[in-house]
Design a protein around this ligand. Structure first.
Ligand code: OAD
Length: 269
């Protein structure tokens, strides 16, 4: 049975030589960004699982770009919440004390970096980067709409008038190739270097903090038992129980933005 004692967790945390955090969509929920499996997860009649796939791209890349352009519109004016800030502040204290800190995130919204987190492994890519399908070049890009053709597009209403986009409407690289969102889609493998970095961070930490993830999407979800079996104390912060809960030494149920600032207000000793 996992402990819910804040003082006991803080006593452990203070002596932790290395912390790894695994974050998911729930970390950004209080910033106003819908989670994947919660309410508000549909765009028109599709879930992210329907459109974030190579098959959807091959069928209709304009529709996939319209969906991502909408997500970029939604996220463009959102900022970090106290959960992001508490994690960035924890990293600062741990790196100042020459101790390890890794933040592994499944989120593509960029809010951890905006809050000041530095050592970030983005397992699922970034909404603010695009990649050329021909030359592979990855570019930072915050232009919304992504091209002028998408001006006024993206309405999430299921009855929205659906415009069809042609190849010429899509963003293109200097080399002439079409650019796609630099995110990992369902059915695609993760970059092996990123997976290795995330796995090492899970294996080599003494504290593993799991925040706001349903812990059902692999390989990210597999990091929790990996950390535990390598000796880490595992703590979960989530509104609900998840498949990760069984691997936890500490469980704190509630909103990450309300729990983390106090829970992590610890100096390394
Ligand atoms: P999910 O939408 O699956 O899960 C969000 C989790 O956050 C749930 O367990 C909620 O209970 C919890 N939650 C919601 N609000 C919260 C709050 N304020 N504080 C704490 N917890 C809260 O999101 P992920 O687990 O991130 O993959 O989803 C994993 C991956 O599946 C995503 O990265 C994405 C998705 O499909 C790709 O796009 C490849």
């Amino acid at each position: 049975m996992a402990s819910t004692s804040i003082p006991d967790f803080q006593q452990h945390l203070a002596t932790s030589r290395s912390i790894t955090v695994l974050s998911g969509a729930g970390t950004s929920a209080e910033s106003g960004i819908p989670t994947f499996r919660g309410a508000g997860g549909l765009w028109r009649r599709w879930s992210a699982q329907d459109l974030a796939t190579p098959q959807a791209w091959n069928r209709d890349p304009g529709l996939v770009w319209e969906f991502y352009d909408y997500r970029r519109q939604v996220m463009a004016d959102k900022g970090p919440n106290p959960a992001h800030t508490a994690l960035a502040s924890l990293e600062q204290r741990w790196t100042d004390a020459d101790r390890g800190f890794n933040l592994v995130t499944q989120n593509i919204d960029g809010l951890h970096a905006e809050a000041g987190s530095k050592n970030i492994t983005r397992m699922h890519g970034s909404l603010w980067h695009i990649r050329c399908l021909d030359c592979g070049m990855v570019q930072h890009n915050r232009t919304v709409p992504i091209t002028p053709a998408f001006e006024g597009a993206g309405d999430p209403d299921p009855n929205a008038h659906a415009k069809r986009f042609s190849a010429a409407d899509l963003p293109s690289c200097n080399c002439g190739g079409t650019q796609r969102p630099h995110v990992v889609w369902f059915g695609e493998g993760l970059d092996p270097d990123i997976l290795e970095a995330a796995s090492l961070a899970a294996m080599n930490c003494s504290t593993f903090i799991v925040v706001g993830t349903s812990a059902v999407v692999y390989p990210a979800a597999g990091l929790v038992p990996l950390a535990r079996s390598n000796g880490a104390i595992v703590v979960e912060v989530n509104l609900d129980s998840t498949p990760a809960t069984q691997h936890c030494d500490f469980v704190f149920q509630g909103k990450a933005g309300e729990i983390l600032p106090d829970l992590l207000a610890v100096d390394p000793v």
